[in-house]
Design a binder for this molecule. Structure first.
Ligand code: FES
Length: 304
């Protein structure tokens, strides 16, 4: 009886302590970080200008962001230190692992900053705190190494566990960035799941302006469409980096190939096949085969 009455009773919900996910969401909205974000972004963009080095740091040659796999080395080394510190025995391995973790942190940090500088502001706020926590963990691990080298094993262990605690907090925010805020994932539309096999009518050829990209719908999809004379190139419109509208981008030429530059962060895709010419995007833009029928209707089908 009481149970049933409770079902319909209205009133304030009992206060609930926020979980880590909600705390991280709070960071997304922490505008107090914006001044620091702006200053750091300016420095990173100056230190890592667009070009081949920046593309490599973003992971363009590998087809995936370079930062996430690089984190495995320092995290693995530092976790191993925590385990070895629980065991008696030779301490040389611990010092070697600490050194390996600290050295491995350098390329990890540089690739992370390169990715961070081309994110949305909400992602950058979380990313800045993530990087600060990981930086603090590295300082603690460096102090731990120095203490051990000076023969202070107990102090070194204490500093190591302080580093681990900070590292866990920092990596949690890295996970929030990747999995909740989808930084580094592919944002292009999943064409295979949204378009059936075969040819589809798009629009009459003479509806397309020559040399200027426009957008057209195909079912659930927005498409980037570029007509050049009698040729038509078609890609999905949502940029694979962070879903920017490619049809609003400008057309450039790389090695005589027409490319579109995303208006949001400058990722550059070859319009012929959607491959990445420049990052920060690392995933290609899904492309379509096209043909023009005798009645001038443009048809498209997903490129295999
Ligand atoms: S959305 Fe970032 S480059 Fe396109």
């Amino acid at each position: 009886m009481n149970r049933r009455a409770n079902l319909f009773r209205r009133g304030p919900l009992p206060a609930r302590r926020p979980g880590p996910g909600e705390l991280a969401e709070g960071l997304e909205r922490a505008t107090v970080l914006d001044r620091a974000v702006g200053a750091v972004q300016k420095s990173v963009q100056k230190a890592l200008p667009a070009g081949p080095l920046r593309d490599t740091l973003n992971g363009v040659p590998f087809g995936h962001p370079a930062h996430p796999p690089l984190t495995d080395l320092p995290i693995g080394a530092f976790l191993s230190v925590a385990l070895l510190d629980l065991l008696p025995g030779d301490r040389r391995a611990t010092r070697t692992l600490l050194t390996a973790g600290l050295v491995g942190s350098l390329p990890t940090a540089v690739t992370g900053w390169a990715d961070w500088s081309s994110l949305h502001r909400e992602q950058q706020r979380v990313g800045l705190v993530h990087a600060t926590a990981i930086g603090a963990a590295n300082v603690l691990y460096a102090a731990s190494l120095v203490a051990r080298r000076r023969g202070n094993e107990a102090g070194g262990r204490l500093l190591g566990y302080a580093g681990l605690t900070t590292l866990v907090g920092g990596t949690y925010l890295g996970g929030h960035l990747a999995f909740r805020q989808a930084a580094g994932t592919n944002h292009a539309d999943p064409v295979d799941h949204l378009v059936s096999l075969g040819w589809h009518d798009l629009c009459p050829l003479d509806e397309l302006p020559d040399g200027r990209p426009v957008t057209r719908r195909l079912g659930y999809l927005s498409l980037f469409v570029l007509r050049t004379g009698e040729d038509v190139d078609v890609l999905t419109d949502r940029c694979s980096h962070l879903a920017g509208p490619l049809h609003q981008g400008r057309i450039t030429y790389e090695d005589d190939e027409a490319c579109v530059v995303c208006p949001w962060h400058g990722s550059t895709f070859r319009v012929r096949d959607g491959s990445v010419a420049h990052g920060p995007a690392t995933a290609p833009q899904p492309s379509f085969e096209t043909r023009v029928l005798e009645n001038a209707m443009v048809q498209v089908r997903p490129a295999g």
